[in-house]
Design a protein around this ligand. Structure first.
Ligand code: FE2
Ligand code: FE2
Length: 163
């Protein structure tokens, strides 16, 4: 059974794996595979953020505890929207690279790298905030059975489960 902290770490490791698959495909100038990996990252991010925002709403509704410094729900939500935005910008870049002639695609990919790495940096920053501040706090205020339910949902991904 996962705790909220470990469940969140498992989910975030999947984001990084999908992001790295996209980068590997880009280094091979394979924009189709890069797009698939980037779309998968977007799907994973959206599903994860939905569960997280439900958990934050639950905590706000059922607890009077003050959020720790750097762990306010409004801050987490704002970072989620920033992640969505960065993901969208990079998705557009992949579409542009896909239309770029193969002879010019390597240079165009190098010039677009910042847009892909920006999401990676945002994810690292956001993940550290959740690992060190948000989830330890949530574990201290959310009822154990509720926390276990959310942890199972955060760690679960049908596409990764092997039975
Ligand atoms: Fe998270
Ligand atoms: Fe998050």
């Amino acid at each position: 059974m996962h705790t909220l902290v470990t469940a969140n770490q498992i989910a975030h490791a999947r984001f990084i794996a999908a992001l790295e698959r996209a980068l590997v495909s880009l280094t091979e100038l394979d924009t189709e595979r890069a797009r698939d990996a980037w779309n998968e990252l977007g799907t994973l991010l959206a599903a994860h953020q939905l569960i997280e925002e439900e958990l934050l709403a639950h905590a706000v509704a059922y607890s009077d505890a003050t959020s720790p410094r750097g762990g306010a729900p409004s801050l987490i939500l704002a970072e989620h929207r920033r992640l969505d935005h960065a993901h969208g910008i990079a998705a557009v870049k992949i579409a542009v690279l896909d239309r770029t002639p193969i002879t010019e695609r390597r240079l165009a990919t190098v010039r677009a790298l910042d847009d892909f790495l920006r999401l990676r940096h945002l994810l690292e920053h956001h993940g550290a905030r959740e690992d060190q501040i948000v989830y330890p706090h949530l574990m201290s205020i959310v009822a154990p059975d509720v926390a276990a339910g959310f942890a199972a949902r955060l760690a679960d991904d049908k596409r990764f489960s092997r039975s």
